[in-house]
Design a protein around this ligand. Structure first.
Ligand SMILES: C[S@@+](CC[C@H](N)C(=O)[O-])C[C@H]1O[C@@H](n2cnc3c(N)ncnc32)[C@H](O)[C@@H]1O
Length: 272
């Protein structure tokens, strides 16, 4: 995988984040490396990041600076042909725009709600010879299924933040259940029937049932066929999954390869 030197303080806005974002970025960088190394020359490669952040962040515990996802993509040794970014928070958008345009020659960057701007973003990706990687990483349930639907018209692998333990399983009964068109309804998509599915599942099974429900939606409604998951935890507490969705078996091959080692360098035992 490509190792980037840590960012320097550039005086621009730099939000603080929890340390587990280092794990997420570790897997993202490894996937970008596998994806671009294998596909460069065969396709025009595009990177889409709908919840892009400020580009540089400060890790809360250590105070160290770290690259955010769009800056990792911008520095891929096998470069993407285009970056397509969106960020809602104007301060972060402004800082990111300065940072990322200094590093990459072809950046399309939008300020606003990604679920709205998506329709304006996608025409910049050519329909024929483009292969995209979309990193979809909000804080919570802000990725509408309808947005995935727009992306599914493109040839794109998706890496999706799936906040089962952080949000859904904590709040489905008390917060989302009685709300019509809640964030959870919009996240899981039409006719997911999640209320009865979660009601009928035992509490021990709900994690798996919920994940299977989402995968079934993406498979049946968007035509993705290949899926992989990586659990992200903090201090042994499971928080969320990164879910990889693709229509190509190569993607799952890359994913299994890049998740064989943890960030600390430890090799995982393959029980398969
Ligand atoms: C977890 S951070 C993502 C950081 C970035 N992907 C990274 O890994 O470095 C989520 C970002 O999404 C932004 N955000 C939240 N809701 C959004 C929306 N509806 N549209 C676009 N951005 C949004 C937040 O301001 C925040 O910067």
């Amino acid at each position: 995988m490509f190792n980037l030197p840590p960012p320097k303080d550039d005086g621009l806005y730099t939000p603080s984040v929890k340390t587990q974002s280092a794990d997420k970025h570790y897997f993202l960088a490894r996937y970008i490396d596998a994806f671009t190394t294998s596909m460069k020359g065969k396709w025009r490669l595009h990177y889409i990041d709908l919840f892009a952040g400020a580009g540089i962040e400060r890790l809360e515990e250590s105070g160290e600076l770290a690259w955010g996802s769009p800056m990792i993509a911008a520095q891929s040794p096998k470069p993407f042909d285009g970056l397509h970014l969106c960020e809602l928070d104007h301060r972060k958008y402004t800082a990111l725009k300065t940072r990322v345009t200094a590093l990459h020659p072809c950046v399309h960057i939008w300020s606003g709600d990604a679920n709205v701007t998506i329709s304006k973003m996608l025409p910049a990706i050519p329909p024929r010879d483009a292969l995209s990687l979309a990193f979809l990483d909000p804080y919570g349930l802000h990725l509408d299924f309808a947005t995935l639907q727009c992306l599914s018209d493109k040839r794109a692998d998706l890496i999706i933040f799936f906040p089962d333990r952080l949000d859904i399983l904590r709040n489905w009964k008390t917060y989302y259940y009685d709300k019509h068109d809640s964030n959870l309804d919009r996240f899981l998509g039409p006719d997911s029937n999640w209320r009865s599915v979660l009601n009928e599942a035992s509490s021990a099974n709900r994690v798996d049932v919920l994940r299977d429900l989402y995968i079934a939606q993406v498979r049946q409604k968007l035509g993705y066929t290949e899926f992989e998951f990586e659990r992200i935890s903090a201090r042994g507490r499971p928080l969320y999954y990164l879910v990889l969705c693709s229509r190509n078996k190569l993607a799952t091959k890359f994913w299994r390869e890049i998740t064989k080692k943890e960030r600390g360098g430890q090799r995982r035992f393959d029980w398969g």
